[in-house]
Design a protein around this ligand. Sequence first.
Ligand code: ZN
Length: 85
Amino acid sequence: MRSSPDYILKIDGLASPDDREESQQQQSLRGRPWIAVRWQCCSVYSRIYRNRQGTAYEGRCPKCGTQAKAAIGPGGTNSRFFNAG
Ligand SMILES: [Zn+2]
């Protein structure tokens, strides 16, 4: 009796296309963390990026330009997802 079926193969070093795309994005945005934002004003999603001081994530609604700011650190957000607008 076979204990491990040979039709289940794990191939090391073969990343999915999604994984490769993700790593490329991370490289191009190195040092610029972001969070996902749901803009309640326009019911759209986008990313906002950390400011230069590293004190907050800041960005604008892609549709109406409403500004949002999510503080980083104690009292701020630890979430990767944020509601604004
Ligand atoms: Zn908006």
